[in-house]
Write a protein that binds this ligand. Sequence first.
Ligand code: UGA
Length: 451
Amino acid sequence: MAKLCVIGLGYVGLVTASCFASLGHQVTGVDKCQNKLDILKKGTLPFYEPDLEQLLKQGLENNLLAFTGDVSQAVEQSEIIFICVGTPPDEKGRADMSQVEEVAREIAPNIKSRMLIVEKSTVPVGTAERITQTISLVNGGKGFPFAVASNPEFLREGSAVADFLHPDRIVLGVDSNWSRLLLQELYAGFDCPILTTDTTTAELIKYASNTFLAMKISFANLVANICERAGADINLVADGMGYDRRIGRAFLNAGAGYGGSCFPKDVKAFAATAAALGIDNTLIKEVNRINEKRIDFIMEKIKDALWVVKNKKIAVLGLAFKQNTDDIRESPGIKLIRELVKDGSKVACYDPRAMHNAAPELSSLKDSLTLAATPYDAADKADALVFMTEWPEFLQLDFSQIRQLMRTPVIIDGRNMLPSAKLEQLGFIYNGIGCGNSKKRFPATDLKTCE
Ligand code: UGA
């Protein structure tokens, strides 16, 4: 079993550390944030991620997982170092590499035996070379030998543990035989294809994968717009496309667009990489542009249903950027709320997991926003109810009760997740995305019937 060190205990780092410990490796997790270390040492998580807390507790109990703020001690004791710190976008959309560079500088003087340093963070092409250069620079070209490898993660928030333990593939970007053998041994028990490449190719696989998935979503959203005008149904178009094994149905769900800490950032960074290499990046930039227009599109739907949104109460359900997480980074729900308030609406919002993150984020909206305790409180006297996250809980709501509570029965389904026919039977005006129903309204009451 290997001695591993994981630097940076965000989603990627903590999942990596806990999962490797669950496989019997000795893992030390390092982070600069003392508060986070205190929380982790107690066996609790700083964020919500299904199945992770159990692995964390188990790792601590078995003494296979430890946490520290001391990089030097952790590095000295380990054979393989995983770099899992953040690479946030800078003002031009490029990945800001200062945290990775800082870690490389911190690792350098503590290499006391032959060492493998592995990038797991999503990093631009050439990062492995830059890490190598930085460590050599700090050590003045002396010291113990080391190698840098790239082993990108393909974890989705909300199912990260399962994705780690049962991956579709493992990519090992290595530039030496020694690093290849070490990583192949580490991943020997995994039952999936293991692709071994050079480091630059591995770095590109990660960006190309995320951008391709984001492109599928933006493509579905573009087709949804066409469906809406043409009177077709995007859900069925996506099904029809998805049966073709060359296309596949996954990531063709049209709706409010993609959010989170990965796709928005990675698509922009990939476009920046292409531009820096002198490659026309129009296609990549268009993926982002289509996505950024999704909130305007949902706003138009709400306005189309209500005519005027000023002083209307709009209930927004779903603040996490996707289901099964409390992460609100780049969340479409949060973006929509800001737009609604800008247009004078009063918003009541609810999320099963993300209220504690949304409250400080939206605190500047003060009187225009109510943080509801339940979805029913949010819907109470609302003029429209908008679903922005595909939480399974929302399918279990008592819509008859919601129909009674609302002032006007308008539902905007920003994730195409609800049973439209059932809702229409209950008296709702249901507006999905790209379902050929953009002009659905109650028919005008027939005058003769009134007489
Ligand atoms: C994504 C990738 O799926 C992972 O493979 C990758 O490892 C990760 O980024 C990363 O780079 O760290 P994640 O952002 O956690 O994972 O979540 P996804 O499940 O990919 O969803 C991203 C967004 O796309 C969500 O807002 C989701 O609602 C949206 N989405 C997804 C759609 O709008 N339509 C779809 O069909 C699928």
